[in-house]
Design a protein around this ligand. Structure first.
Ligand SMILES: Cc1cc2nc3c(=O)[nH]c(=O)nc-3n(C[C@H](O)[C@H](O)[C@H](O)COP(=O)(O)OP(=O)(O)OC[C@H]3O[C@@H](n4cnc5c(N)ncnc54)[C@H](O)[C@@H]3O)c2cc1C
Length: 489
């Protein structure tokens, strides 16, 4: 391979990755007067950030008119307790403290929001929803920040992956990128790692989590993310933190005739009877209201899926009175599943094997390859709990105990999926990368999902919905500011 040197290759800040975290760092640094280059591996910007619905903040200008009395201090305590104080407390505090200013920062740069909501019953309204097309609500934010970054002179290079970080002695000197198959050295005083994790790295997922990628842990909307930034950071001395934490949740049936978030999927995600491939219950199904809880419970099943079982009476309830659990903000609580029969027919016409309908529980069991006597016993026991209003096994709240008695009976496969990986490189609360001795590596920063320390063993959904995108933008801004300080701007 020959080594080429581009004319303009001398920068203050080089950013590896063009998602929300990298863009926030790039724009912050450029607005502060730095010369910035941003390398993006793919031929378009945004990574997984394009698909996020919204971001966490507390005490924001959008929350104030709602008289929301959830404070930074309270959110900090809640997050730390949720994570059993396994998270880096200074990092969590820095993120939470910055979050309100970040909403204002985005608003001032033309990013549009709809409202701050909660997606958990009795949760705090910390999720600041972005205004955007359904399924890609983050993309207008990415477009706005990209345009702003270009206006501020950021040199954005698409289809240009970073291949190596250059470090000489104590100092970071830049990166080697690859352009059209050729290595291209880029000098820079600081480097920000923002490559979005390793959700598509089969070997690492197996090594750090034990799951088989695409089999019992399916990545959603992550493309070509193999942990480049994490590996490059480790190569220049970064310590490791947070490997093996996945952002799990549970989705409905896949395959022919099923569209994401259609009414069949909405039904599957409700807190009805859930069974594993052995035909037994495995959780209080009302944990469906907490993505992390349902994701973690599903992830305990080695098959990577479970079945949601219900009967015609429950189906009628969903059609006539609506659903209990919101399925994204397209299908909020109370949405009537008036398209259920149409969506079901579409899937069955296409011979989708993840959905079964039958006249008896035994027939249903055979269709989903569960031992009929086991499923029958599970359903009988569940129906008894429904009759008495007391779930003797998992203590599910009586209002979610709906019997499975009236044919037809339905079974739908719910899959264990994950939205990304959550960790890799150890950082401090200034987003500076630290080495094994906890010493900051001067001029090297990590942001977004490449960084470890924000979580315990799971995504923090309950007290701080919107944490991952929130952390991406906040950590990017903090790193951008600290890079400016480091270069004396
Ligand atoms: C479907 C979906 C919905 C979600 N919804 C929410 C939500 O509502 N709220 C929330 O908080 N979080 C949500 N998340 C999670 C959130 O989107 C991510 O945690 C966040 O976007 C991560 O930002 P990032 O900048 O770290 O990574 P990304 O946005 O993925 O950006 C990383 C970028 O780095 C690039 N890259 C990789 N390797 C290299 C390399 N060698 N050189 C150069 N570039 C490289 C990638 O191509 C990518 O563009 C969701 C995720 C998904 C998938």
């Amino acid at each position: 391979m020959k080594t080429g040197k581009a004319e303009n290759s001398n920068y203050d800040v080089a950013i590896i990755g063009g998602g929300a975290s990298g863009l926030a760092a790039a724009l912050t640094a450029a607005e502060g007067g730095a010369r910035v280059v941003l390398l993006e591996k793919r031929n378009h910007m945004g990574g997984s950030s394009n698909f996020a619905e919204g971001l966490f903040a507390v005490e924001s200008e959008m929350q104030r008119p709602m008289y929301m009395n959830y404070s930074r201090a309270q959110a900090f305590r809640n997050v730390m307790e949720y994570n059993h104080w396994k998270a880096n407390a200074r990092l969590v505090r820095a993120f939470i403290d910055e979050s309100a200013a970040t909403i204002s920062w985005l608003l001032n740069r033309g990013v549009e929001f709809t409202e701050a909501i909660t997606n958990i019953p009795d949760g705090w309204r910390t999720l600041h929803c972005l205004k955007g097309p359904f399924g890609a609500m983050g993309s207008p934010m990415i477009k706005t920040l990209t345009r702003r970054a270009r206006e501020k002179g950021v040199d954005i290079r698409l289809a240009t992956p970073a291949k190596k970080i250059l470090r000489k002695g104590d100092n970071i000197n830049g990166v080697i990128a690859e352009r059209e198959g050729e290595p291209e050295p880029i000098e820079a005083k600081t480097v920000v790692i923002a490559s979005g994790g390793y959700a598509n790295n089969k070997e690492w997922i197996k090594k750090y989590t034990g799951y088989d990628l695409g089999v019992n842990a399916i990545p959603i909307r992550n493309y070509d993310k193999v942990g480049d930034g994490i590996r490059l950071g480790w190569e220049v001395g970064a310590a490791e933190e947070g490997m093996g934490v996945l952002h799990f949740f549970r989705v409905g049936p896949m395959g022919p005739g099923v569209r994401m978030l259609c009414h069949v999927e909405c039904a599957c995600l409700q807190p009805f009877l859930w069974v594993n491939q052995q035909g037994e219950r495995f959780c209080d199904e009302s944990i469906a209201f907490n993505d992390t809880f349902e994701g973690n419970a599903s992830a305990r099943l080695k098959e990577g899926y479970s079945y949601t079982i219900f009967d015609d009476a429950t189906k009628e309830l969903m059609v006539e009175h609506g659903i209990e659990k919101s399925v994204s903000n397209k299908n909020l609580t109370g949405t009537r599943l008036t398209n259920f029969d149409r969506d079901l027919k579409k899937a069955l016409d296409k011979k989708n094997t993840e959905i079964a309908v039958a006249g008896t529980i035994e027939e249903l069991a055979r269709k989903i390859k569960v031992e009929p006597s086991v499923l029958k016993a599970t359903v009988d026991e569940y129906n008894r709990f429904c009759d008495t209003g007391c779930d003797e096994v998992f203590a599910k709240e009586p209002k979610y105990l709906l019997p499975v008695k009236k044919p037809k009976f339905y079974a739908m496969k719910g899959h264990t999926v994950f939205l990304g990986t959550l960790g890799g490189i150890k950082i401090n609360h200034r987003m500076e990368v630290v080495d094994e001795k906890e010493k900051a590596i001067p001029g090297l920063y990590t942001v977004g999902t490449d960084a470890g320390g924000l979580y315990g063993d799971s995504y923090c959904f309950l007290p701080a919905s919107g944490t991952t995108l929130g952390f991406a933008v906040n950590s990017g801004r903090i790193a951008g500011r600290n890079a400016l300080r480091y270069i004396g701007k």
